[in-house]
Design a protein around this ligand. Structure first.
Ligand code: HEM
Length: 405
């Protein structure tokens, strides 16, 4: 096993600027690192990260301190039957008929309304004017909450995400996260109580009424799940939309192919999830000693699983640093299911429950954006810089286009 000093430090500005360079060193020479400031082991190889997601010995107890203070207890912390029942309570709302009939129109409307604010202007920052708003607005509307509160949810979700990615334990970020928990509870609990009396077609009503094997969700359970949705479904899809367009703009021939044949959008999204995943790292806590490439991790330690590195492991993907929507080693038909071979949605029991919702959001957004901006290009002289270590995506994406008359 090597120590952190021999590889680029995960908390350094150099790493934040270009984690991919650091990932290459880790994959090659330091597949298992101990990081003293984070008090965590770091793993990067595809085989090791896959095991950490799939094998039950790797528990999610890390979320007891990483998420519970800000959300309350959620399904991410659970295992076995408890987890299976929680998942069964919420999963039907994120796939099949409910997704297609009830929520697709909500997604389409939110994409259209945001694009309407810039479609005649000929220029837009796709991050600040579209990507950061779209998924949160969709979730707020799916839940059947007040659309005037979109901005308020925007603020809460930013603070939750900062709490989750607070690797250096900044006390201001921690305090803002805890404040958000109180504010969100004060807002949500009365609405949940009222909704129980007046059930409708929305997601909040579905959660209020859901019952599996005699288990229902308490007001606190629902509030915690709503809070989880903001983080899990907001930040991720936000980064995914922006990264998809950034990757395509960087590869004009692939952008042209997608513009001509929209059935390529899921391929382009899958390759974006592999090449530039929205979530770069997920933690786990093994219940027993486990041996991985490079050494043994003692029971109870925290393990940081580098999705961004594993997705570029040359042992798994050919020419991993090349963005190629036509690559043959990334099947699109499984890319949004637990049989996926990229790791952006994790794998195993906690595989992203919102993967199909994310795919629908991306397809709707990409189609509408390409319709509104057929000749889109990066604004001349503009640079689009990626930001973030825990979650990562373009900080801005200034685009120029000829408005469609
Ligand atoms: C591109 C978009 C998305 C990405 C990259 C993503 C990524 C992930 C990852 C990596 C996990 C596993 C966390 C872990 O195992 O510790 C996860 C779980 C989860 N995601 Fe997503 N997600 C996305 C979209 C969404 C959406 C749209 C929703 C819902 C609105 C959602 C809801 C959830 C939930 C509730 C879990 C917990 C599942 C469980 O514990 O069984 N995600 N997601």
């Amino acid at each position: 096993m090597t120590t952190a000093r021999e590889a680029p430090d995960i908390l350094s500005p150099e790493f934040a600027m270009d984690p991919y360079q650091a990932y290459r060193v880790m994959l090659d020479t330091s597949p298992l690192l101990w990081h003293e400031p984070m008090q965590s082991y770091i793993i990067s190889r595809y085989e090791d990260v896959t095991r950490a997601f799939r094998e039950p010995v790797f528990t999610t107890s890390n979320y007891d301190w990483q998420l519970e203070p800000v959300h309350g207890r959620t399904m991410l912390q659970m295992s076995g039957r408890d987890h299976a029942v929680r998942r069964a309570l919420v999963a039907p709302a994120f796939r099949g008929n409910v997704l297609e009939n009830t929520f697709l129109p909500v997604i389409e409307r939110n994409a259209r309304e945001l694009i309407d604010t810039f479609r005649d202007r000929g220029e837009v920052d796709l991050v600040s004017e579209f990507a950061t708003h779209f998924p949160i607005n969709v979730i707020v509307d799916m839940l059947g909450l007040n659309r005037d509160d979109h901005e308020r949810f925007q603020r809460w979700y930013t603070s939750i995400i900062a709490f989750l990615g607070n690797l250096s334990q900044d006390p201001d970020i921690a305090e803002a996260g805890l404040r958000t928990r109180t504010e969100l509870a004060e807002y949500m609990i009365p609405i949940i109580r009222e909704r129980r009396e007046n059930l409708g077609e929305d997601l909040l009503s579905t959660l209020c009424a859901a019952e599996v094997e005699g288990t229902t969700m308490s007001d606190e359970d629902i509030k915690a799940f709503v809070s989880l949705l903001l983080a899990a479904g907001g930040e991720t899809t936000d980064k995914a939309v922006a990264s998809l367009f950034r990757n395509l703009l960087d590869h004009p021939e692939q952008l042209a192919a997608v513009r001509e044949d929209r059935s390529l959008i899921p391929r382009a999204f899958a390759e974006t999830l592999r090449y530039t995943p929205p979530v770069h790292m997920i933690m786990r806590q093994p219940a027993e000693d486990v041996t991985l490439s490079g050494g043994t991790i003692p029971a109870g330690s925290t393990v940081t699983c580098l999705i961004g590195a594993a997705n570029r492991d040359p042992r798994r993907f050919a020419e991993p640093d090349r963005f190629d929507i036509f690559r043959e080693d990334l099947p699109t038909n499984t890319a949004f299911s637990a049989a996926a071979n990229h790791l952006a949605f994790a794998l195993g029991r906690h595989f992203c429950v919102g993967a199909l919702l994310a795919k629908t959001e991306i397809e709707v957004a990409a189609n509408q954006l390409l319709d509104a901006m057929p000749d889109l290009e990066l604004a001349p002289g503009a640079a689009s810089v990626e930001k973030g270590v825990f979650t990562r995506g373009p900080a801005s994406l200034p685009i120029r286009f000829t408005p469609v008359r």
